[in-house]
Design a protein around this ligand. Sequence first.
Ligand code: GN1
Ligand code: MG
Length: 360
Amino acid sequence: MMSIEKAAFAFQTDSDPISCRAFGSGHINNTFCVITEKGTKYVLQRINRYVFKNPIRMMNNTCAITDYLRERIEDPRMTLHFIPSKDGKFYHKTPDGEFWRMSYLVGGFTLDAPESDEDFYQSALAFGRFQELLADFPADSLYEVIPNFHNTQDRYMQLRESVELDCVGRVAETAEDIAFLMEREKTGCILQKMLDAGILPLRVTHNDTKLNNVLLDSETRKSLCVLDLDTVMAGSSLYDYGDAIRYGAATAAEDEQDVSKMHLDLHLFEVFTRGYLEAAPALTNMEVALLPLGALVMTLELAVRFLKDYLDGDLYFSKIAYPEHNLVRARSQMALVADMEKNWTQMNLIVAKVANELRR
Ligand code: GN1
Ligand code: MG
């Protein structure tokens, strides 16, 4: 039996697994859809051990969050449900040290790009609700799964280290890209400084709010729940809002090679802003005022991360389709940063308008 099949058999499924195929488009973990004799569908994932150093503590976070949510939702499909392994744990560890986990795949689907305004609005509601439902969850009890995950200051420091090391000789060809990012370092560090100073509240945040991390109901197309809880940690609401805009309100894919296609869709920006603020009414005025900055900083930060990884030889974002893939990703994010800068006044006006309409 192959290792994937073995892993599928390690969990308490309702009957024996009969099929297992690759599933989803995540950059980090390896994901499969398992179907059993009774026709039940499950998601099986192998956890990326380079990225997640302590999978057991990570799963403890995830289970604490899903348990908490389960007590506060009307429809059980509004949170993930993990399936225990045959030895009663929420993960399965193989003799060679790989970790697997399994959850139900219930009546829903995900999208890599919104097919309508409504799809994107639904994702805003899902991430806003997530924020709101977890408002009283003790954020400091969560294990810091990836230290300094959205600490842009630290991300810049790491980029600088990689530039100095130049371990695969890619610095010369990316001099302009490095310069673009370095020119914006000050802006990139504002949020972290405000969090450190207590001007922005520390919240439970998802930290990876791509559209494809939202499950939509197959029948109603309404958002059911948010997926991929690996990076749930203490952070800023601006991370979640900003990352969702970066990905979902962009006119091109994250790895578009033709950067002239990459813009911020201001209409989708407004649609998401409305949904997020409706679903998370407890955001402070300061958070609301800084939403555009959240979008800019998260885009800039991911450009820094992709470029750093390109300079390191693709160690972190190791799922690449061609050698320059991470450079292409970094450049598309930089193009989006540049477009946000062009639309800065508009973005701020839109946030002010929506907040005013919702009478905040
Ligand atoms: C990764 O696993 P996935 O594809 O949902 C990454 C995010 C990035 C994203 C870019 C743990 O998310 O931080 O924003 O790729 N997750 C981790 O697509 O690093
Ligand atoms: Mg994901």
